[in-house]
Design a protein around this ligand. Structure first.
Ligand SMILES: Nc1ncnc2c1ncn2[C@@H]1O[C@H](COP(=O)(O)OP(=O)(O)OP(=O)(O)O)[C@@H](O)[C@H]1O
Length: 334
């Protein structure tokens, strides 16, 4: 569970995509995010499709290549020899941190395996280059990790297309975890798998992360999944973090009207009533609403919401919310 020191600290992250050849042709899809990820925790990032979750995760990994651009902010990562700002260290330094300190499971990662390389070669390449192992040691480590994620060692001799989607995803999980990074970033790690396989893959991922004492950030729009596996949850809306807290508390008593709407839309066991969806559309990043970006869809919007952006304030016990309903009572955190 969460507690102790942060392993990653995000400060004032603003990033997005270049959409043309000029600096002004820019779509800001992450706007001023501040967030700490603590040691030994599983943090979920949730929000509607297109709210900026993947953009934020890529920035957290320090994999910022055009058209993705980080306009401002710091991505502080506690490494073996001190704190690094992934937003400013050079590529060589970031390469040393990738796999060993911070691991990444990108969206659709199971399709990312090189189709002309056997599974074994994927493992050996990482173990040789990032851990300096020789062939023999690397092969024995690869065998152990493949088995640890519930696969047979024969999988090492297979080509990716010979494996099912769930098996490929387990391979990607083993690859990203085998150097025991302190922090693993997983983007929709079970999308595209059937429900039963999803559960097994999630269980493997979270069990391994817990047993290595690593932290995991898991991006998904699936609140049910967050309820099952995460300790804390950050809710994003239109490029901003609008609520953070312990998952059980956020689910039991959502504070931000957007979080309430997300939770309201979840099916509940035994309740056959049609769930209410959230009316309206997420805003256009090119021309976001003034004040609180959620105000045009918010059933509780007040005059101030149109004029002034609510800061993310602390309500104590690690609960943060960006909403004028709580704004005056909280302690601003930036
Ligand atoms: N390469 C790109 N160029 C321009 N705009 C992009 C690019 N990639 C993403 N976007 C836009 O950035 C916004 C945020 O996208 P992002 O993928 O971060 O959201 P998300 O919350 O992860 O969504 P999803 O759950 O659908 O993956 C979206 O409006 C998307 O269309």
């Amino acid at each position: 569970m969460a507690g102790g020191e942060w392993i990653m600290r995000l400060e004032g992250i603003r990033g997005g995509y270049l959409t043309g050849s000029f600096w002004e042709d820019f779509l800001e899809t992450v706007s001023g995010v501040n967030l700490d990820i603590f040691e030994n925790e599983i943090l979920g990032i949730a929000g509607e499709s297109g709210c900026g979750k993947t953009t934020l995760l890529r920035i957290m990994y320090g994999h910022v290549v055009k058209p993705l651009v980080l306009r401002s902010g710091r991505v502080l990562l506690r490494g073996e020899n001190g704190v690094y700002d992934l937003a400013s260290v050079d590529l060589e330094e970031r390469r040393k941190l990738w796999w060993r300190v911070v691991g990444y499971i990108p969206q659709n990662s199971m399709n990312m395996l090189n189709p002309v390389e056997r599974v074994r070669d994927h493992f050996l390449e990482i173990l040789k280059h990032h851990a300096g192992m020789g062939e023999r040691e690397a092969t024995s480590v690869a065998t152990r990790y493949v088995e640890e994620v519930g696969l047979s060692r024969d999988v090492l001799n297979a080509y990716p297309h010979q494996l099912s989607g769930g098996m490929r995803q387990r391979v990607v999980i083993a690859l990203s975890l085998m150097l025991k990074p302190k922090l693993v970033l997983a983007d929709e790690p079970t999308t595209g798998l059937d429900v039963v396989v999803q559960r097994g893959v999630l269980q493997t991922l979270t069990e391994k992360v817990r047993s290595y004492g690593s932290s995991l950030v898991i991006v998904s729009h699936d609140i049910g999944m967050h309820t099952m596996v995460t300790d804390r949850i950050a809710i994003m809306y239109a490029g901003k973090v609008v609520e953070v807290g312990k998952t059980v508390e956020v689910i039991r008593e959502p504070l931000h009207p957007y979080t309430r709407a997300l939770i309201e839309s979840l099916p509940k066991i035994g309740d056959k009533r049609l769930r209410k969806g959230l009316p309206g559309m997420p805003p256009d990043f090119k021309n976001p609403p003034s004040g609180c970006r959620f105000h045009p869809r918010c059933p509780l919007a007040m005059d101030i919401c149109k004029d002034k952006e609510p800061p993310l304030v602390s309500l104590g016990s690690g609960r943060l919310v960006a909403c004028w309903l709580y704004g005056e009572g909280g302690v601003g955190v930036g």
